[in-house]
Design a protein around this ligand. Structure first.
Ligand SMILES: *[C@@H]1O[C@H](CO)[C@@H](O)[C@H](O)[C@H]1NC(C)=O
Ligand SMILES: *[C@@H]1O[C@H](CO)[C@@H](O)[C@H](O)[C@H]1NC(C)=O
Ligand SMILES: *[C@@H]1O[C@H](CO)[C@@H](O)[C@H](O)[C@H]1NC(C)=O
Ligand SMILES: *[C@@H]1O[C@H](CO)[C@@H](O)[C@H](O)[C@H]1NC(C)=O
Ligand SMILES: *[C@@H]1O[C@H](CO)[C@@H](O)[C@H](O)[C@H]1NC(C)=O
Ligand SMILES: *[C@@H]1O[C@H](CO)[C@@H](O)[C@H](O)[C@H]1NC(C)=O
Ligand SMILES: *[C@@H]1O[C@H](CO)[C@@H](O)[C@H](O)[C@H]1NC(C)=O
Ligand SMILES: *[C@@H]1O[C@H](CO)[C@@H](O)[C@H](O)[C@H]1NC(C)=O
Ligand SMILES: *[C@@H]1O[C@H](CO)[C@@H](O)[C@H](O)[C@H]1NC(C)=O
Length: 758
């Protein structure tokens, strides 16, 4: 069945979408000359390989792409042990270089680290290789990534990310940095005051939701220094992206306006969008300008004009008007008029404008967005002038239910992660088969693949897989692929590590439900007596993966990527142990067994969580201190440093003044476990113990009130956290393993000793 399916996929023509759709997108292409792109890729290889970059002969030749514009690279060997890489764009040449490094040299490049042991002589390319991607576009970013991950980034970090994009074949990144400076200028020119604007903008860590009209003011004010700095950062980002041949997606006007507009234009037609996500109107209830009001074209036009003056354009713009907020009318005529007006505000300024829409609204509000409503919205602009991101297609593909978005082109995207949580999960089967099914769909309008995680720097494996799929013409043999992945990531073939990855592949990475794409572990949630502890795999799998990684540590302990994974997989196992202890505590409490509540609670609060904190603190990627230091380093005054510190801490914990979106963007950082999660669990156990002693019931409300004080204390504790690792990862992991690995004789003995001590 599967083999037959594979065969038809192989034989399927690439460009299955209608020619007219294709033609409207033909101007979306690299702007820079082949020469500029060639230099950009050579520079990238120097950053990556130093002197060894000289062994690569890189050329960009755009005619390699052919009439269908599908990007292509070729690899061959040249005399003198050199490797020739020719790409139809900078991105194609960078992708070809990384493919060579992977398949011929066993190298690996990821967010958490690189493995770049090059053989002293580059292996020859035995027969020249030509690879063409079936996807016109490989898109990257969610509008939320700019807040959950990029918010505190400087140019050093951005440069690294853009290199990562190019090497992994991404040619269409969102470029959302530095837009507030333009909004500010536009609104002041319309007569708004500085204080009206400072009431409007959120703080840096919440800009994504300010831009979408979900909230305003919270975490602000945003200083003019911040806006100017972001503007110069954006200039560098765009220049580098374009020099590599990427097509950058800029913002456009979606209709959300500051309240000050109502003062300057009292007769303007607006809708109040009402409260969003447990916020009240102090920070929510933004105004949406009626797209049919003439002011809409004025603001939209001014914004796009100003932006193009500063940033240039690649003719594609993102605007999301109804993200998690339903329109006031479901009348199809109204919805078409709305999207027509939004599109017009771009197209009047840039006749070649293409409007990129995140398809999240269709997933988030399926009751509102019935076929007639979706069709009306998408048909408000001519066919081929909207590209929809099928945002969470590995799990909830929308093209299936909408006759391929009623003829508008779409990009098949893997969302994978909500809120940038740590936690091992993913849907490898959806990723591996989904894009090919979508291309084969009757009258498919798919024009690319993409990555749309809300937050990055987690689960490297599934992003590596998705990026490869973007350049692949067939699904990949996952069993074979994961062994290769393990070998490259650690720089050697290690049987235990391979076995661990095989287990992860079929357990944590084979989860298909929406629920599983967000970390709901009791560890990172406010405690209660009815917490959801469901996971999508057999928990013994994560312990077995841990055991295998533990066994691999004597051989792989010098590899930085291994140490990261050892910590990450141990972290996942300990997270499961927290669930197990939670059960023990809950059951004992139900039986009125005070002693058992105290012992199990004691192990959890006084040992397990603190050991997890120590483990995380031993690796640079898991430090609260780094997140906070990056935030503070963006500040230009002491007051700003305090505000950014609050922004950074609030986003990953309370998310709002009152815990409005509590723990949505939870992280497992050294420092955070100790001073936030452990404090909570300590109070919970204390409540239960007091209840049992006094013969009272547990009142969640009382607990919530008390725990909120601790949660706020964490945000304002003013404590400095280490931004470089402390302690030896291997030693710490070993100690924890001996104490806690389930069902081992030693583990039981150690736990018994621990109980005795407590
Ligand atoms: C680019 O490729 C085309 C077609 O393969 C070839 O004719 C042309 O000479 C190449 N240009 C350069 C500068 O190498
Ligand atoms: C709205 O939320 C703010 C911030 O938490 C709070 O100060 C205010 O009292 C709330 N207003 C109402 C009407 O509940
Ligand atoms: C595909 O498009 C053709 C031509 O427009 C149409 O006749 C056919 O019904 C469509 N097929 C499906 C399955 O929608
Ligand atoms: C996938 O690769 C594995 C390991 O190399 C091999 O045993 C298996 O037969 C392959 N599966 C298919 C469908 O080719
Ligand atoms: C795994 O690596 C081997 C050796 O480089 C290669 O032949 C094979 O195609 C790779 N398989 C996959 C699925 O990547
Ligand atoms: C994922 O799970 C499905 C069924 O739940 C199974 O058929 C499939 O083989 C699994 N895939 C992997 C890669 O383990
Ligand atoms: C989980 O895996 C273990 C070990 O392989 C096995 O003994 C147990 O029956 C499995 N549990 C379930 C619910 O499948
Ligand atoms: C790790 O590096 C140290 C110091 O270079 C070396 O002594 C040790 O043998 C290495 N261990 C492994 C397993 O390669
Ligand atoms: C950029 O940020 C990183 C991480 O916060 C920091 O280590 C680095 O020193 C910064 N670089 C510059 C040039 O400020």
């Amino acid at each position: 069945m599967r083999a037959a399916c594979l065969l038809t996929l192989v034989l399927a023509p690439f460009a299955v979408y209608p020619a007219r759709v294709f033609r409207t997108l033909s101007h979306l292409k690299p702007q820079e000359s082949d020469e500029v792109q060639t230099v950009a890729v050579r520079d990238l290889l120097v950053r990556l390989l130093g002197d060894r970059a000289g062994s690569f002969l890189v050329t960009v030749n755009s005619s390699l792409a052919g009439n269908d514009r599908l990007e292509t690279y070729t690899l061959s060997s040249e005399p003198g042990g050199k490797v020739a890489v020719t790409g139809s764009s900078g991105v194609a040449a960078a992708t070809g270089s990384y493919t060579y490094l992977k398949t011929y040299c066993g190298c690996h490049i990821s967010w958490s680290g690189i493995q770049m042991e090059l053989p002293s002589v580059l292996p020859p390319v035995l027969s020249p290789l030509t690879v063409t991607t079936p996807n016109r576009f490989r898109y990257y970013q969610n509008v939320c990534t700019s807040s959950y991950s990029f918010v505190w980034w400087n140019w050093t970090r951005w440069e690294k990310e853009i290199d990562w994009m190019a090497l992994h074949g991404i040619n269409m990144p969102l470029a959302f940095t530095g837009q507030e400076a333009i909004w500010y200028k536009v609104y002041l020119s319309l007569g708004l005051s500085e204080s009206e604007m400072s009431d409007f903008f959120t703080g840096p860590a919440f800009l994504a939701w300010g831009r979408m009209g979900n909230i305003h003011t919270w975490g602000g004010p945003l200083s003019s220094v911040w806006m100017e700095k972001q503007l110069s950062l954006q200039l560098k980002i765009l220049k580098r992206m374009r020099s590599l041949g990427m097509i950058t997606v800029l913002p456009a006007f979606a209709g959300h306006i500051p309240q000050g507009i109502l003062r300057v234009y009292p007769k303007v037609k607006v809708t109040n969008l009402g409260p969003w996500s447990n916020f009240n109107c102090t920070y929510s209830c933004s105004y949406l300008l009626d797209p049919e009001d003439p002011l809409f074209q004025k603001i939209g036009g001014l914004f796009v004009t100003e932006m193009i003056k500063l940033y240039g354009t690649d003719h594609i713009y993102n605007a999301d008007t109804f993200n998690e907020m339903s329109p006031t009318s479901s009348d199809p005529a109204y919805l078409s008029a709305v999207s027509g007006a939004i599109f017009k505000s771009m197209a009047t300024v840039d006749p070649g404008a293409i409007w990129l829409i995140q398809g999240w609204l269709f997933i988030n509000s399926p009751l509102f967005w019935q076929p007639a409503q979706i069709k009306a919205l998408l048909h408000g602009a001519p066919i081929g002038r909207i590209i929809v991101l099928d945002l969470f297609a590995e799990t909830v593909p929308i093209y299936l239910k909408t006759e391929s978005f009623y003829g508008q082109p779409f990009i098949w995207c893997m969302l994978h992660n909500f809120g940038g949580n740590h936690g091992l999960f993913g849907n490898v089967v959806g990723v591996n088969w989904g894009p090919f099914k979508a291309l084969k769909f009757p009258n498919s309008t798919m024009v690319g693949t993409g990555l749309t995680p809300e937050g990055i720097e987690q689960n490297d494996m599934i992003y590596e897989l998705m990026n490869e799929i973007g350049w692949s013409s067939t699904p990949i043999n996952l069993t074979a692929w994961i062994s290769n992945y393990s070998d490259r990531r650690y720089g050697q073939n290690n049987a235990d590590a391979r076995a661990a990855w095989q287990i992860l592949l079929r357990s944590v990475y084979n989860c298909t439900q929406i629920w599983h794409h967000h970390n709901h572990s009791p560890l990172v949630r406010r405690p209660s007596l009815n917490m959801n502890t469901e996971i999508c795999y057999n928990s013994s799998d994560i312990f077995e993966a841990w055991r295998l990684m533990h066994n691999a540590s004597p051989s792989l302990g010098n590899s930085s990527t291994f140490l990261y994974d050892l910590v990450d997989i141990t972290r996942e196992a300990l997270q499961q142990l927290v669930t197990d202890y939670y059960f023990e505590i809950k059951v004992a409490y139900g039986k009125g067994d005070l002693q058992q509540v105290m012992t199990a609670g004691g192990v959890l609060v006084y040992d397990l969580l603190l050991e997890l904190d120590r483990l995380l603190s031993s690796q640079p990627q898991f430090l609260l201190g780094s997140w906070l230091k990056a935030a503070q380093s963006m500040a230009s005054t002491k007051e700003e440093a305090i505000l950014y510190d609050m922004n950074a801490r609030n986003q990953i914990t309370l998310w709002g003044p009152n815990g409005n979106i509590l723990d949505y963007a939870n992280k497992q950082f050294g420092g955070l476990i100790q001073d936030y999660y452990t404090e909570r669990w300590g109070l919970f156990v204390w409540f239960l113990v007091q209840n049992l002693i006094k013969g009272e019931h547990f009142h969640q409300d009382k607990f919530n009130t008390a725990v909120f004080v601790l949660e706020q204390d964490f945000i304002y504790n003013g404590k400095e956290y280490k931004s470089s690792p402390v302690g030896d990862t291997l030693e710490t992991e070993k100690r924890i393993y001996l104490k806690y690995f389930p069902h081992s004789g030693k583990s039981r003995k150690a736990k018994k000793n621990l109980y005795m001590k407590l």
